[in-house]
Design a protein around this ligand. Structure first.
Ligand SMILES: [Zn+2]
Length: 264
């Protein structure tokens, strides 16, 4: 059976002499494992499309639940991302997280839009990378069923918590003085909390339309990353690599990248 769709390559693995096995996020069927025969041969029509982070029109051939890439026409290669190591590392992290969140055979338009918009932001918008990263992480959690409750303190109910914190395990905000469970909470400030609300509750088309001062952005960035790692309960090789690039003078952290609780 022939399937016409569009897809973004989330992972590529060389296979045999000239093939690749691709993990593709398709519009029609969510995550698919697709074999691209001969794509590493010189002059193959599939070469451009059969690369990590390329968005293409694709014709797949399905036989007994196995998919082969018959034809492909690259629509966007995100060349601005490819030409910058920090951006490429961050985009690779987005791909790894998306692969972990996506389900085989289940289309998810919101997840596909999120990663395409995030790649577009890295490629063409002049936004700080930590801002794009935090918005991607938090929105992905909302889409996959881990939306945090950000409207008010989960304990006392005040809409503007004093010294707000995000509880990583519970997925709620609270005042510093209002304790939630025994898990770790990370500090926010009023601006970082406003940004979280923008990401969680705002129009997805305006996901990256906010600005933060440096310290507020650092708080947002730390909280969103730790929240994602806690909720997904795993680490990401690509995140470890990105962090080694972006903070060369900080000792590298392996493992889960979990931050210790600060200020309590
Ligand atoms: Zn409170």
């Amino acid at each position: 059976m022939q399937i016409a769709t569009q897809g973004l390559v989330l992972r590529e693995t060389e296979y045999k002499d000239a093939d690749k096995i691709l993990t593709v996020l398709t519009r029609e069927g969510g995550k698919r494992t697709v074999r691209a025969r001969g794509c590493r041969r010189r002059g193959s029509r599939l070469t451009a499309a059969a690369q990590l982070l390329v968005w293409s029109d694709m014709t797949l051939f399905e036989y007994r639940d196995r998919y082969t890439l018959n034809e492909a026409d690259a629509l966007d290669q995100f060349l601005g991302v490819r030409s910058d190591l920090d951006r490429l590392a961050l985009a690779s992290y987005f791909a790894e997280v998306t692969e972990a969140a996506a389900e085989e055979g289940r289309p998810d338009g919101a997840l596909l839009s999120l990663i395409l918009n995030s790649l577009y932001a890295l490629d063409r918008l002049k936004k700080p990378l930590p801002l794009v990263k935090a918005a991607f992480e938090l929105k992905l959690l909302c889409i996959t069923g881990y939306e945090p409750l950000v409207d008010a303190c989960a304990v006392c109910g005040t809409p503007e918590p004093e010294q707000p914190r995000l509880s990583l395990g519970e997925g709620v905000i609270h005042c510093a003085a209002c304790r939630v469970g025994r898990g770790i909470s990370l500090p926010l400030d009023a601006s970082a909390l406003a940004a979280m609300r923008h990401i969680v509750l705002g129009n997805p088309k305006r996901l990256f339309s906010f600005e933060l001062e440096k310290e507020s952005l650092r708080l947002l960035s730390d909280a969103c990353q730790a929240f994602l790692l806690t909720q997904m309960d795993r680490g990401f090789r690509t995140l470890d690599f990105y962090r080694r690039l972006s903070v060369p003078d900080t000792p590298t952290q392996t493992g889960e990248g979990q931050h210790a609780q600060k200020g309590k």
